[in-house]
Write a protein that binds this ligand. Structure first.
Ligand SMILES: C[S@@+](CC[C@H](N)C(=O)[O-])C[C@H]1O[C@@H](n2cnc3c(N)ncnc32)[C@H](O)[C@@H]1O
Length: 349
């Protein structure tokens, strides 16, 4: 985040908070080696954030924390209090169903270690010897667990305080602190409809509420072991896609994909009328979503090689394509790439 703010010349005060001296030292070193100078590093616990600190922060990044704190409700309550109304939170928390097999393995290791701490060597020996039918062994998300490095192995099996959440747990936890989850990422993985082929089931899924659809998708996917999502503090204006795209200065920032190269490949192959597979990564594994693009949409995508202002698209295509068509095509392009978390919108200032 610090890097993005510097890159776009956004001034602001960034604070890193971590209870561990060691983690803070590592974060400080990484920032220094990346030439990032806009962050203040503090050592401290979330639980000690001020109760009356309302509105201290516009945005909170909370990745991989709620699954390790003693009391997630108490920790989130503090975070919610220091967030300005309308402020956003980006969160990663472990997914319970996707971590099937992890917790029985942790418990088994504690039994084997008795009073001693569980070591990486013991954990490696243990997972190597697990029967093929064991749930951890069968869990595709942890297929390489026996061959992973010590840090990753420790993260999966040795953390003394580790819990996981279902989508419903998270919606309830956040709602309890006045925070509304807006989207899980990438949205396509949290939409049950594309997975359901049978029309009656599709229709039933389509009739569910947004939260029920997220829950259903989690239950059907089965392997979502890290929930990444965005929440906002309620009772405030939020920046929806539509209003952001109405501002010519809004930047569209591709993330892990190149819409321009994709469009060029479709045009070079003369396959404008056929679906193209958009590749994206979830938990280190590649997925694909098939989409058809109109000629106007492909023309827009060709212009998005890197961060691109809405103004650029309108100016470059305005005299070739009817403005209302550009307008609609731009919304479709953004909607499609946002589904796979392949494009972010950012408004400066
Ligand atoms: C898995 S790491 C994630 C670090 C960082 N957010 C990232 O994404 O790279 C979890 C971090 O949470 C910190 N932590 C755990 N409990 C905490 C608490 N109650 N208050 C503040 N930090 C905490 C740990 O020290 C550790 O550095």
């Amino acid at each position: 985040m610090a890097w993005h703010l510097e890159r776009f010349g956004i001034t602001g005060e960034l604070v890193s908070l971590d209870v561990s001296n060691r983690s803070t030292a590592i974060a400080r070193e990484r920032a220094a080696s990346a030439g990032i100078g806009n962050t203040e590093f503090r050592v401290g616990a979330i639980e000690d954030l001020p109760i009356d600190g309302s509105g201290m922060f516009d945005y909170i990044d909370c990745s991989g924390i709620l699954n390790h704190v003693v009391d997630p409700v108490a920790a989130l309550a503090r975070l919610a209090r220091v967030l300005v109304p309308g402020g956003g939170m980006g969160v990663m928390a472990y997914g319970a169903l996707g971590r099937t097999g992890v917790y029985p393995a942790q418990e088994a290791l504690r039994l084997l270690a008795k009073a001693e701490p569980v070591t990486a060597d013991l954990a490696r020996l243990f997972v190597e010897g697990l029967p093929d039918e064991n749930w951890l062994r069968k869990n595709a998300a942890f297929a390489g667990v026996a061959n992973t490095d010590d840090v990753e192995l420790a993260d999966i099996l040795l953390n003394p305080r580790d819990r996981a959440f279902s989508v419903r747990d998270l919606v309830t936890l956040f709602a309890g602190q006045g925070l509304a989850i807006r989207t899980f990422l990438p949205p396509v993985m949290y939409d049950p409809v594309p997975v359901l082929r049978e029309p009656t089931l599709r229709e039933r899924a389509n009739n569910l509420s947004q939260v029920e659809r997220w829950c259903l998708a989690e239950l059907m996917q089965g392997t979502l072991n890290k929930h990444v999502f965005y929440a906002v503090k309620k009772n405030a204006e939020s920046g929806e896609i539509m209003s952001l795209l109405d501002d010519p200065e809004t930047l569209m920032i591709p993330h892990g994909m190149n819409p321009s190269a994709l469009a060029q490949a479709v045009l070079d192959a003369g396959r404008e009328d056929q679906p193209v597979g958009i590749q994206f990564m979830v938990d280190g594994r590649q997925r694909s979503m098939a989409v058809s693009f109109s000629v106007a949409e492909l023309a827009i995508m060709r212009l998005i090689e890197g961060p691109t202002a809405v103004r650029t698209i309108v100016e470059r295509l305005g005299d070739k394509i009817d403005p209302p068509i550009v307008h609609d095509a731009l919304r479709r392009v953004v909607t499609v790439f946002e589904k796979v978390a392949g494009l972010h919108l950012m408004r400066l200032g």
